[in-house]
Design a protein around this ligand. Structure first.
Ligand SMILES: Nc1ncnc2c1ncn2[C@@H]1O[C@H](COP(=O)(O)OP(=O)(O)OP(=O)(O)O)[C@@H](O)[C@H]1O
Ligand SMILES: [Mg+2]
Length: 247
């Protein structure tokens, strides 16, 4: 069985240029990490690039797109990163499985069906992960699931259940989350930030009439990590994070 390659000290490298420096080598094995940001921050592309990088090293991965079709997710990745178009080979040999909205159950919004719908989503996610024997998983995004719950206490309970199930499956997971604001000053923490093991936030700012990107690791259980606020770029070859040297 192929597994994602741990880097030293039982860590999974993201393979993202500069991000592993901030993570002191990678994400601790088995951790569940939220990747949060505003629209267009790069949450989908970053999380898929992490799976792509791990699949290239022999670690099987599954990308679960709750709101997009599989073909669209792959097409957007290839258009954004022409240098990484061999993603098709990884998909063809099942090293990387992309499950789009067409394979996840249709979700109903409304209090009567909250538990029922979410139960379906969880079991569908579980069976996709089990059948692919994946060690690295992305769920894009948690925000759709949140919409299913009018009752926030129930939502929190179900997030705990998702966390428990992912832990039981023994996977490393990356869960994207939409933030209503893209600047650092407006960051507010909702329950998910406390439930899951790690949080990476992607911000967008304005500098001299140009939009800028930066990210930070807010927390990573079981690991020390950089506290730097690091600029990043999205290039034709993937993400590049500029880790500032620490004193
Ligand atoms: N080759 C590239 N070079 C520079 N920027 C790019 C490139 N390809 C894509 N982008 C940027 O990436 C953005 C899309 O990234 P992505 O879809 O991952 O964002 P997201 O955070 O998932 O957004 P959403 O909240 O809408 O789902 C585009 O809006 C564009 O700004
Ligand atoms: Mg997205």
């Amino acid at each position: 069985m192929a597994v994602a390659s741990p880097v030293g000290n039982d860590r999974i490298a993201t393979g993202i240029d500069g991000l592993d420096t901030l993570l002191y080598g990678g994400v601790p094995a088995g951790n569940q990490v939220i990747i949060a940001g505003g629209p267009g921050a790069g949450k989908t592309l970053l999380s898929l690039e992490i799976l792509y990088n791990n699949a290239k090293k022999g670690g099987s991965g599954t990308f679960i797109a709750l709101e997009e079709q599989e073909s669209v997710v792959i097409q957007n990745f290839k258009r954004a990163f022409p240098s990484l178009s061999d993603i098709d080979d990884l998909v063809a040999n099942n090293s990387l499985v992309v499950a789009g909205e067409e394979v996840t159950p249709k979700m109903e919004v409304g209090s009567d069906s909250e538990s029922y719908s979410f139960g379906n989503v969880i079991s569908s996610i579980e069976s996709i992960i089990r059948s692919n024997n994946s060690k690295c998983v992305v769920i894009d995004s948690l925000s759709l699931i949140k919409l299913m719950f009018d009752n926030q206490a129930l939502y929190r309970k179900y997030m705990l259940m998702l966390s428990f199930n992912l832990r039981k499956l023994g996977v490393n997971s990356f869960l994207t989350m939409e933030l209503p604001h893209s600047d650092r000053g407006a960051l507010a923490f909702s329950p998910e930030f406390f439930i899951f093991d790690g949080t990476i936030v992607m911000y967008q700012g304005i500098e001299e009439n140009k939009r800028t990107f930066s990210l930070e690791v807010i927390k990573m259980r079981g690991s020390n990590h950089s506290l730097s606020f690091s600029p990043y770029e999205i290039t034709n070859k993937g993400f590049k994070v500029f880790s500032i040297s620490e004193m």
